[in-house]
Design a protein around this ligand. Sequence first.
Ligand code: SAH
Ligand code: DHB
Ligand code: MG
Length: 222
Amino acid sequence: MSQKVWTAVDHYIDGLLTREDDALASARKSSAAAGLPEIAVTASQGKLLYLMAKMQRAKRILEIGTLGGYSTIWMARALPSRGRLVTLESEAKHLGIARENIARAGLTKLVDQRLGPALKTLPKIAAEGGAPFDFVFIDADKENTAEYFGWALRLSRPGAAIVVDNVVREGGVADAKTKDPNVKGIRRFHAAVAREPRVSATTIQTVGSKGYDGFTLVVVSR
Ligand code: SAH
Ligand code: DHB
Ligand code: MG
């Protein structure tokens, strides 16, 4: 069982359950055309984020790592009309492409894009003292994932859900001797979750058109 089969199954699911509409298809295409890395979540993963945000009845969503706004569009669609999604991105070029994609999806009013390294923006968001987030998606540089988790916890309400992408890295996460800084970051994140008494969490391994990876779901205690 390998990449060819995983991709075929994703195509099968996409044809039935997670078909992209024009806004999502153009978001993916325009990001690729602009030379952005093709690392957005897949359609089935985007739909999972949408469904989780719905289950959470999220009114305030925080995303760390916008890229071209593909995952942003999926999650913003789960919001009620007066909801808000704040998304953090360090690359001005990515933010600009995302802005166009979010506008094409008709979601500009719901989405607040912030430029800068997330570790600089997160303290500002905390200082603004707005309502806490109901749902957080962490998907930026993997080295800082443990720090992003700390901020997510601080900025979340009791009962909030925090989803973290790319936490298995082709199984690299199980290698205690790894020298890969991304994998080290993900292992530090898992250790931080394990010693945090205010949350309950699991990590799910996934395969699909993006290969073998996984995500963590963290739920904050009520
Ligand atoms: N969530 C997107 C994919 C994000 S890819 C999707 O699924 O559609 C990771 C993004 O994080 C990239 O755009 C990268 O520029 C951004 N990033 C990397 N380091 C960052 C940092 N320190 N602060 C904020 N964003 C960062
Ligand atoms: C990478 C980042 C991602 O967010 C992703 O989903 C896949 C790969 C990366 O930096 O390699
Ligand atoms: Mg990712």
